[in-house]
Design a protein around this ligand. Sequence first.
Ligand SMILES: Cc1ncc(C[n+]2csc(CCOP(=O)(O)OP(=O)(O)O)c2C)c(N)n1
Ligand SMILES: [Mg+2]
Length: 336
Amino acid sequence: MTVGSAVPAAGPARDAAVDVYGELVFVRRFLEKVHALYRQGHVHGPAHVGIGQEAIAVGVARALRPEDRSIGTYRGHAHALARGAPPDAVLRELLGREGGICAGKGGSMHITSVEYGYFGSYAIVGAHLPIACGLALADQLRSAGRVTVCFFGDGTTNIGAFHEAVNLAAVWGLPVVFVCENNGYMEYTPIGDMTPVPRPAADRAGAYGLRPITVDGNDVRAVRDVTGEAVEAARAGQGPAMIEARTYRMTGHSCADPGKYQPPDEVERWAERDPLLVHRAVLVDAGVPAELVDEIDSDTRTEVDELAADILAAAPITGDNALTDMWSDGGARWRN
Ligand SMILES: Cc1ncc(C[n+]2csc(CCOP(=O)(O)OP(=O)(O)O)c2C)c(N)n1
Ligand SMILES: [Mg+2]
């Protein structure tokens, strides 16, 4: 397989590459907007954006079929959007307005869009890896031909649930592809301080009989190609895969964290490998006019600004719906 081969000067492949750029830019502007709105006090509860990590969500989504499933962490806005979840409903959720994707009850850390194959964002580190195995087991038992992709961070590889889930997936040959977004940090701690191997996910893969797969997580086409191969192998019954995508988060752990522990020269080095810049260079090399790329940038900025302004103009939800759509009626009948 040639990862990220050259984009031709014209035709559908070039158009698709331009599309991918539009998606990357949209997710970036959306995340920047969330960050700004949080700082202005409009977002209630914690919010974690993945500015700098967008190519992983977008690249993986491009390798999936609509019926495939994905599941992720509290840093899940990009992952829901990349699967097609409506940005309006995601932003309404964050801003506590009518029409939120979880009716205003999930907030930033629990964005979920089952309709678009995104089975939720989980705030407990590692908790969703066994859930991903459950989704994949159900598909395996039903011969559904679907694959589940499970996103998680580098820090998650030191949680027991990671090892239990990967072990079980390998033993049962489940159609699940684990995607570790190695952004170098677990909250405020560099991953190297807590992990005895340089590649926290890939170096553990071999212990469970999986081939270590690593990819430049800031190169959207490389992510798409590597994921596509793993997803199709899983679909064909060849079992799970472990992909480690190296990337960097350009802002702090959450919107409340100024990221003072991130050395400025490190941030600068990664800024040069910004996934938007990487893909922009691919387009320009393929002969896409720089003006067209600039137009995508400015149109998207306006689109996201207008989206946020419209939602902010609506009244916040009142809480009248606090007891609807709940699994429990608030009573104690279900307890032993
Ligand atoms: C079981 C558990 N332990 C601790 C925490 C607190 N916590 C939240 S995020 C985080 C770091 C996770 O790092 P990583 O897996 O690399 O994901 P990233 O935030 O970098 O995307 C920790 C320790 C938690 N949410 N759940
Ligand atoms: Mg991390």
